[in-house]
Design a binder for this molecule. Structure first.
Ligand SMILES: Nc1ncnc2c1ncn2[C@@H]1O[C@H](COP(=O)(O)OP(=O)(O)O)[C@@H](O)[C@H]1O
Ligand SMILES: [Mg+2]
Length: 256
C-alpha cells in the first residue's frame, strides 16, 4: 500500500539524517518504528506527508486502484496528499475548546486552526458519521464534551476517530501512547491495531515500548545511523533490541 524508496534527508548543518531509507507497508498492517531518540523517526514520518521536504527518494501510496506519487506532487497539491496521511501524536493535538465531535469534524478540513463557527456548516450526515467513529472507539458518550476536559486515553481515541473521519489511508502515529498509563496504553494500541485492520489503511507507529510492539504490530522497522537496520517480524529478540538501541555498546562504555 505504501512504498518508500531511498528516502533521504540531510539536516541544515549538512549532516545526513536519513540515508536511502526503503520499506513497504501493506494494507491492514501496523508497523512499529523503533530507534534511539534523535535518530530521525519523527522526521521520517513528516517526510512521508511532506510536512518536511525529503532531499531524495520516492513515496508511493496505492489505494483502490489509484497510485499517488507523493514526492512528485507540487506545492499547491499538498493539501490533497495530506488528507491521505493522518497524524496522531503523544500530545493528542486536539483543539481544547472544541468538543470531541467538533474535533473529529474539523479533521476533514485539513486545518487545525479552524474557527468554531465552521463546525456549524457540516451536514447532519457528516455529524452522524463523525459520531459513529467516536462510538466505534467507545467514546460516543463524550462527543459533546470539550476536548480539554477529557482524559489522555479519551483524547487519543478522539484523535483516532478524527483520522478515520478524515478518510486517511495512512496513519502516522508518533509515540501515540507515550503519555498514557500502561493499561490505557495497551487498550489504545489494541484499538489502533483494530482500526488499521478494519479500515483498509496502514499504520506506522513510532514506539518506545517493545512489548506493545510485539503484541500489536505485524512488523518492525529498526532505524539506526540513518538506515533501516531491522525490517522483520515484530516478535524481535532482546539481541535485536540491543542492536537497534546500541545497548551493548552503551554498557561497554560504562564499564570502560
Ligand atoms: N527542522 C529541523 N532543523 C534542524 N534539525 C532538525 C529539524 N528537525 C529535526 N532536526 C534534528 O533531526 C534529528 C532527528 O530528529 P527527530 O526526527 O525528531 O528524532 P526522533 O527519532 O527522536 O523522532 C535531531 O537531531 C533533530 O534535532
Ligand atoms: Mg520523535
Amino acid at each position: 500500500m505504501l512504498t518508500v524508496s531511498k528516502l533521504s534527508k540531510v539536516l541544515p548543518d549538512g549532516k545526513p539524517l536519513l540515508k536511502e531509507v526503503s520499506f513497504e507497508v501493506g494494507e491492514g498492517e501496523m508497523v512499529g518504528i523503533l530507534g534511539l531518540s534523535g535518530v530521525g523517526k519523527t522526521v521520517l514520518l513528516r517526510c512521508l506527508n511532506r510536512l518536511t521536504e525529503p532531499d531524495g527518494g520516492d513515496v508511493f501510496l496505492k489505494y483502490n486502484g489509484t497510485v499517488l506519487d507523493v514526492a512528485g506532487w507540487r506545492d499547491r497539491e499538498l493539501r490533497e496528499i495530506r488528507r491521505h496521511f493522518a497524524m496522531v501524536f503523544q500530545s493528542f493535538n486536539l483543539v481544547g475548546r472544541l468538543t470531541a465531535l467538533e474535533n473529529v469534524l474539523v479533521g476533514r478540513l485539513g486545518c487545525m486552526s479552524t474557527l468554531k463557527g465552521i463546525v456549524g456548516r457540516f451536514s447532519e450526515e457528516d455529524k452522524d458519521a463523525a459520531l459513529s467513529y467516536l462510538e466505534r472507539l467507545g467514546v460516543g458518550h463524550i462527543a459533546h464534551r470539550r476536548a480539554e476536559t477529557l482524559s489522555g486515553g479519551e483524547q487519543q481515541r478522539v484523535a483516532f476517530a478524527r483520522a478515520r473521519f478524515q478518510g486517511c489511508h495512512v496513519l502516522l502515529a508518533d509515540e501515540p501512547v507515550a503519555n498514557l498509563d500502561p493499561r490505557t496504553a495497551d487498550e489504545v494500541m489494541m484499538q489502533l491495531a483494530e482500526i488499521t485492520e478494519a479500515g483498509g489503511i496502514c499504520t506506522l507507529a513510532v514506539m518506545h515500548q517493545p512489548d506493545l510492539v510485539r503484541k500489536y504490530c505485524q512488523r518492525v522497522l529498526g532505524i539506526k545511523d540513518g538506515v533501516v537496520v531491522y525490517d522483520g517480524k515484530a516478535d524481535l529478540s532482546d539481541e535485536d533490541l540491543d542492536y537497534i538501541y546500541d545497548r551493548k555498546a552503551a554498557d561497554a562504555s560504562k564499564v570502560a
